[in-house]
Ligand binder design. Structure first.
Ligand SMILES: [Cu+2]
Length: 376
């Protein structure tokens, strides 16, 4: 039992969860019926047309993953092309059980079993055929709304999928920048909180300046009940707390979906060498909190707020406000060695609720710039 878990006393009943989650199914069902789509039988099993809850709920059939935290180095290569291209991309919505931290399981809603979902990288003017596949082991409906798309709900209307379904949209990447994508079914805040968000980067025609490293990070907050501690996977659908979400009072604030995932104590720090440069692609899923993103012992040498990459960057920014539903592109230099902690400077989120990552800068000291023990 952790510090934060102790503060929640109330047990969350299966009935309460279904009352909340059932609304998502019913509303989604109505929307889907409105555009002539069949409604998945698994979803129907959760609530009938009167809203009455069924006693026999679908058991969780999806995978249990040891890691849902996206690899921050899993970034598609910079684009060198000078002409447009057609892409065929697929995002699979997958409901999984993962570990927010050791001993605390959570029923994540994901794209491709990772948080944030994969970074999609295209060039302005490219044409993208994007297929949304819904894992057959899901029990909810999902879709994809991309902020890089001109069109109703950013493709959300056309990508609704019941479990096992697949839908494809085509769009042209008309404007450059870093943009969020996310699931946008009626219980959108729950689906994003539980992990369904990511970034699509649309490079400008001239590309991006060369850097030594590119990293991909995402922040979101999760609202849970006490029962998330040590629950069996089959009971994980009890874990989300809609009332806490309404109060915007999260249990966890996370970088890449798990508590302290990108630190030496968990999956390891990101690694760079003294004298190198790095660019961070940052997406804030939210659903509710603005991140005050700060590198302890460093500074953002360049920031493109909102991911607005064709704007002039701000320089030497200490703390970058990144609202939910948006992105930032941030660059760093590393003139001295040592560990850099990346935090939300609304600091209880980092010291108590989990939002911290690390960049380890390797190399010899640069005593001209920083000397922890100077000769007087
Ligand atoms: Cu969803």
């Amino acid at each position: 039992m952790t510090d934060v878990m102790k503060t929640t006393k109330k047990q969350y009943t299966r009935k309460e969860f279904m009352k909340n989650a059932g609304g998502a199914f019913l509303l989604a069902g109505g929307t889907m019926a409105g555009i002539g789509l069949p409604f998945g039988s698994k979803a129907e099993a959760l609530a009938d047309s009167t809203g009455k809850q069924h006693h026999h709920l679908p058991e969780f059939q999806g995978p249990v993953l040891e890691r849902v935290a996206a690899d921050p180095t899993s970034v598609p290569a910079p684009i060198k092309r000078s002409k447009p291209k057609t892409h065929h991309l697929t995002l699979t919505s997958t409901e999984v059980v993962g570990h927010i931290k050791d001993g605390v399981d959570f029923r994540y809603l994901t794209f491709e079993g990772q948080v944030p979902g994969p970074l999609l990288r295209v060039r302005q003017g490219d044409t993208i055929y994007l297929t949304h596949k819904a894992s057959p082991t899901n029990i909810m409906v999902h879709n994809i709304d991309l902020h890089a798309v001109y069109g109703p709900e950013g493709g959300g209307m056309a990508t609704y999928c019941a479990p096992g379904q697949s839908k494809t949209i085509k769009f042209k990447a008309m404007y450059p920048g870093a943009f969020m994508y996310h699931c946008a079914v009626p219980q959108v805040a729950y689906h994003i909180s539980a992990g369904m968000y990511g970034m699509i980067l649309v490079e400008p025609e001239d590309g991006l300046p060369a850097v030594d490293h590119e990293f991909y990070l995402g922040q979101n907050e999760i609202y849970t009940q006490e029962i998330t501690a040590n629950v069996e996977p089959s009971a994980n659908d009890l874990s989300f707390d809609f009332e806490r979400m309404m109060r915007e009072d999260p249990t966890y604030v996370l970088l890449n979906g798990e508590q302290y995932a990108l630190t030496e104590g968990r999956f390891g720090a990101m690694k760079v060498k003294r004298g190198e440069t790095a660019r961070i692609f940052f997406v804030n899923g939210g659903p509710n909190l603005t991140s005050s993103f700060h590198p302890i012992g460093n500074v953002w040498t360049k920031v493109w707020r909102e991911g607005a990459i064709t704007s002039q960057p701000e320089q030497y920014v200490q703390t970058c406000a990144i609202p939910p539903g948006s992105c930032a592109i941030l660059e760093m230099e590393f003139p001295v060695p040592g560990m850099i902690n990346l935090v939300d400077h609304a600091l209880s989120r980092s010291t108590q609720k989990g939002m911290k990552g690390q960049i380890m800068v390797e190399g010899e000291p640069n005593l001209d710039i920083f000397d922890p023990n100077p000769k007087q």
